[in-house]
Design a protein around this ligand. Structure first.
Ligand code: KG4
Ligand code: ZN
Length: 344
C-alpha cells in the first residue's frame, strides 16, 4: 500500500495521505532552499493548481553567486506574499488546505528555516499535518506533475549541487546507483560560465551561447569514471587551460557548444548503460540542468527506443510544485520539531 499516516499537530488525530487514499489532498507546498521563494498548491501529488516563484537572481547577480544571508532575508520578505498568491491563484483559502509541506534540505540553512518555519506555523495554527521534504527527491517528483508517470524508471538528476543516477523502483523506494565524484553538472556549467565572464547563473547563458557555436570547434575530454559515477572537474580545468593557452583569442560561442556537447554526452552515455543493466525502458530527467536545450534535444531523441519524461522548464529549476508532489508520494518527516539540514 502506498500511503502514510500523518498526525495533526493539535488534535493528534491521524489522517492518511498518498496515492492509495480515496479522499482528495490539497497540499500547500513551500520551497526556500536557495534563491527562489516559492509556494504552490498541488492536488493529489499531480495536479498543479498554482505555482508561484519569486526569483532573487537579480539580487545575487551583482555578487556573481548566491549570498546566503541575503537569500534568507529576501525569503523572509517574500514568503507571505508568495503564499497568499499561490492560494489566490488556486482559488482556495488556507482553510481548504489538507496538509502543508516545505523543503527541509539540502540547502542553505538560513534560507530553509524561513519556509520550514512558515509551514510549521501554518500546520500548528490550522491543525493540519506538516511534511518536511528532501529537495532532491522533490526534483525527481517534478516528473509526476501533470503526467501519468509511474515507477519503475531511471532518473538522471542534474542540478546545481548534485548529479545522480537514481533507480526509482516504487514511489517510496529510490536507489542512487551513480553520482558525481567531484563537481555537479550545474556547478561545472556555472564555473565555466564564470571563466567566460557570463553573468550568474551561468548554465542558461552557456546554453544560449552554445546555440550559436560549433560543438566540434574545441576538443575537450570526457572523463572516465568507474561504474555509473560522473566527474566534471577535469573538464572545467581543460576549459581553463584552453583559455590560458589562447589568451582571450577564443570564440566563446564555440567553446560553450563544445563544453555542452561533452557534458551532455557524458551524462547520457552513463544513463543508457545503466538502463541496459537495470532493464529499464522509462528514462526521466530532473533538476535545473534538465532545462538545458542540448541535453533535452539528445534526451528526447531517444523517444523511439525509450519512454522519455522531462519536466517543463518551470518545474526543472527550483519550484514548490515539486515539493507538493514529493510530500504526497514519498516523504516521511512529520514532526513539528524536525530540523532543517544543509547537506544531502
Ligand atoms: O535545480 P536547480 O534550480 O537548483 C539546485 O537545486 O541546485 O539547479 C540550478 C542549476 C544551476 O547550476 C544552473 O546554472 C543550472 O541549474 N541550469 C542550467 C540551465 N538552467 C539552469 N544549466 C544548463 N542549461 C540550462 N538551460
Ligand atoms: Zn534544486
Amino acid at each position: 500500500m502506498s500511503y502514510k499516516l500523518l498526525t495533526k499537530p493539535l488534535s493528534g488525530e491521524q489522517i492518511a495521505i498518498g496515492p492509495d487514499v480515496n479522499s482528495d489532498q490539497l497540499m500547500l507546498a513551500l520551497e526556500t532552499s536557495c534563491d527562489e521563494t516559492a509556494a504552490a498548491v498541488v492536488l493529489n501529488g499531480r495536479k498543479v493548481l498554482s505555482s508561484v516563484i519569486s526569483s532573487q537572481i537579480d539580487i545575487h547577480q551583482v555578487y556573481g553567486g548566491v549570498v546566503p544571508e541575503v537569500a534568507a532575508r529576501q525569503h523572509l520578505e517574500s514568503i507571505n506574499f508568495v503564499i497568499d498568491e499561490a492560494l489566490k491563484k488556486a482559488g482556495i483559502t488556507i482553510n481548504d488546505v489538507t496538509a502543508v509541506s516545505a523543503t527541509l534540505g539540502p540547502g542553505l540553512v538560513g534560507a530553509l528555516l524561513v519556509g520550514v518555519s512558515a509551514a510549521k506555523a501554518i500546520a500548528f495554527a490550522k491543525n493540519i499535518p506538516f511534511i518536511g521534504v528532501n529537495h532532491l527527491k522533490a526534483h525527481v517528483c517534478a516528473n509526476y506533475l501533470d503526467t501519468e508517470l509511474e515507477p519503475p524508471f531511471l532518473c538522471l538528476l542534474v542540478s546545481g549541487g548534485h548529479t545522480q543516477l537514481i533507480y526509482v523502483k516504487s514511489y517510496l523506494d529510490q536507489h542512487i546507483i551513480g553520482q558525481t565524484v567531484d563537481d555537479a553538472a550545474g556547478e561545472a556549467y556555472d564555473k565555466v560560465a564564470r571563466l567566460l565572464n557570463y553573468p550568474y547563473p551561468g548554465g542558461p547563458n552557456i546554453d544560449k551561447a552554445a546555440k550559436n557555436g560549433n560543438k566540434k570547434a574545441y576538443d575537450l575530454p570526457i572523463s572516465r569514471v568507474e561504474g555509473y559515477n560522473f566527474s566534471f572537474s577535469g573538464l572545467k580545468t581543460a576549459v581553463l587551460r584552453l583559455l590560458q593557452k589562447h589568451r582571450g583569442d577564443i570564440n566563446s560561442d564555440d567553446l560553450s557548444a563544445s563544453f555542452q556537447e561533452v557534458v551532455t554526452e557524458a551524462l547520457l552515455r552513463k544513463t543508457l548503460e545503466a538502463s541496459k543493466e537495470f532493464n529499464l525502458n522509462t528514462l526521466v530527467l530532473a533538476g535545473g540542468v534538465a532545462a538545458n536545450s542540448g541535453l533535452r534535444d539528445k534526451f528526447f531523441n531517444l523517444k523511439d527506443k525509450y519512454n522519455v519524461y522531462a519536466p517543463p522548464f518551470a518545474y526543472c529549476t527550483d519550484n514548490a510544485a515539486m515539493i507538493g508532489s514529493a510530500a504526497y508520494f514519498v516523504e516521511g518527516y512529520y514532526d513539528l520539531d524536525v530540523e532543517v539540514f544543509s547537506r544531502g
